[in-house]
Design a binder for this molecule. Structure first.
Ligand code: GDP
Length: 196
């Protein structure tokens, strides 16, 4: 798929505040600093589309972008903020969960994982939650330029091994680099096929 237009539509604090749209939606989420903003900018070819390393306050909204007038890219807030209170964190996670479970036109969630790291408990818990909640998702291992292919394979295998304890079959797995653009075509082709 070629990106011909990518424009910011609106932001919403929760599911209730989300716009009523007919277009299929593809949502991106991961722990803060996973490289989500960089990936969104790389995918759309628009440098300033998502704010790289934006302040946590600013990134606690659900951001919608219309792509090619045909689908909606949803930038979900990062999970796992250490700096907010437990109560605030729980409320915030409820808001994201509500969106992913109840958003009617949500086609797929792209769960971003830092390829450099061994499996992180918070990522595994999140992915398990997606699976058990019946949310359609794929995994994207980010920052692949930062390490050797063999090391990436090792980290992915460790992650999928840990998943296999509670998961029959595995989701689609992608790797990406915002720096080199690797993975871009694979992700866009996947979205293109999903929207038909
Ligand atoms: P976010 O918090 O998930 O939106 O992450 P950002 O996109 O702001 O990226 C966090 C940091 O990782 C920034 O310093 C980026 O420049 C860096 N980064 C993000 N993606 C990549 C990548 O693919 N390769 C490399 N080398 N650095 C990356």
């Amino acid at each position: 798929m070629k990106i011909t237009s990518a424009t910011f539509l609106t932001s919403a604090p929760d599911l209730e505040g989300c716009p009523e749209l007919q277009l299929p939606e593809f949502a991106f989420i991961g722990r803060s600093n996973v490289g989500k903003s960089s990936l969104l900018n790389m995918l759309t070819g628009k440098k300033g589309l998502a704010k790289v390393s934006g302040s946590p306050g600013h990134t606690r909204l659900i951001n919608f972008f219309t792509i090619n007038g045909r689908w909606t890219l949803v930038d979900l807030p990062g999970y796992g903020y250490a700096k907010i209170s437990k109560q605030a964190r729980e409320k915030f996670q409820e808001m994201i969960a509500d969106f992913m479970v109840n958003r009617e036109n949500l086609s797929c969630v792209f769960a971003l994982i830092d390829a450099r790291l061994s499996p992180q408990q918070s990522d595994l818990e999140f992915v398990r939650w997606l699976m058990e909640g019946g949310v359609p998702f794929v995994l994207v291992f980010t920052k692949s330029d930062k390490l050797k292919a063999s090391k990436i394979e090792k980290n992915i295998a460790a992650f999928t091994d840990a998943m296999s304890e509670w998961c029959d079959g595995l989701p689609r797995i992608f790797t990406s680099s915002a720096k080199t653009g690797s993975g871009r075509q694979d992700l866009l082709t996947f979205i293109g096929q999903a929207i038909g």
